[in-house]
Design a protein around this ligand. Structure first.
Ligand code: ZN
Length: 290
């Protein structure tokens, strides 16, 4: 298959009450681990990269690898840029075949944020590409952006409705108590707020900062309308642990096929678990019948 615009499967996921897992990748091995894991679970999947990863690996390399993965596996795969503040980077991603983009104007005043998002929506829709927006501020660290807990702000339902309509986005990331990175204590999600947003907002809703949120809370969030779940830290940790383990057992190891091979298997295992947590295993085959 070719890479696809994720709107179709996100809307179907919302109708069915499941979520699509969106995994942040950083290199060839993580792309392979996500694609293989999703294919084994027969799940549609979103592969995503932050601007920091684009700087590290290069847009053409990432786009080429993910396009090849989509050709190999018979599951719907979308390629998405996560938390991108730059219109220019978004255009470059679209030129290289990204099928979905997130414009993050959360540091701008409301009016300028809407204006920037509208501009991205106009360009992206012209190219058949989906757009994710965010309202409210999700705390924690993502790339080199750090949002202090005190500056994190929950999404207000009436503002979310106004933002979606004014900006014309296809799906909306909301802040209901999750944070980027790992948690110190157990995060408490504001489910009532989520339900209130779902009542007034018509587009699929996205949960960022899901790493470390207990499975029961994730399931409840899905039940109340979340249909894209972003997972980054919970792939980074098993990857680093597998590499550390490899060098602990064999300090003289110097073959990247060995230590990166171990890392790939660990990431793939986590990918499969997260897809089952989202309940989208088997959903790729169901979509074919819809
Ligand atoms: Zn995020």
């Amino acid at each position: 298959m070719s890479l696809i615009n994720p709107i179709f499967f996100l809307q179907k996921a919302r109708e069915k009450g499941v979520a699509i897992a969106a995994f942040n990748v950083h290199n060839l091995e993580t792309i392979q681990a996500v694609a293989e894991g999703a294919a084994e679970e027969r799940a549609p999947v979103i592969i995503q990269t932050t601007p920091g990863t684009l700087k590290h690996a290069g847009i053409p390399y990432i786009a080429a690898c993910v396009k090849e993965a989509a050709k190999i596996y018979d599951i719907p795969i979308a390629l998405h840029v996560d938390h991108c503040p730059s219109y220019k980077t978004i255009v470059q991603c679209i030129q290289h075949g990204y099928t979905s983009v997130m414009i993050d104007g959360s540091q701008l005043p409301y009016g300028e944020n809407v204006e920037l998002v509208r501009k991205v929506v106009e360009t992206a829709h012209y190219c058949g590409v989906a757009v994710e927006g965010e309202l409210g501020r999700i705390g924690g660290v993502e790339d080199d952006v750090f949002v202090d807990e005190r500056d994190a702000a929950f999404t207000v339902p009436s503002e979310a409705k106004e933002f979606v309509e004014a900006a014309g986005i296809d799906f909306l990331a909301i802040a209901i108590g999750t944070a980027h990175g790992m948690y110190k204590g157990e995060p408490k999600l504001d489910f009532q707020r989520l339900s209130s947003i779902k009542e007034v907002v018509d587009v699929p809703l996205v949960l960022h900062g899901a790493s470390g949120v207990p499975e029961a809370s994730i399931r409840e969030a899905i039940r109340r309308g979340i249909c894209k779940i972003n997972i980054a830290t919970e792939l980074k940790i098993p990857m680093a642990d597998a590499i550390k383990e490899c060098f602990k057992n064999n300090p003289d190891e110097n073959d990247p096929r060995n230590y990166m091979g171990n890392a790939k298997q660990a990431v793939k295992k986590a990918v499969r678990e997260k897809i089952r947590m989202c309940m989208s295993n088997g959903f790729a085959d169901e979509l074919k019948r819809l």
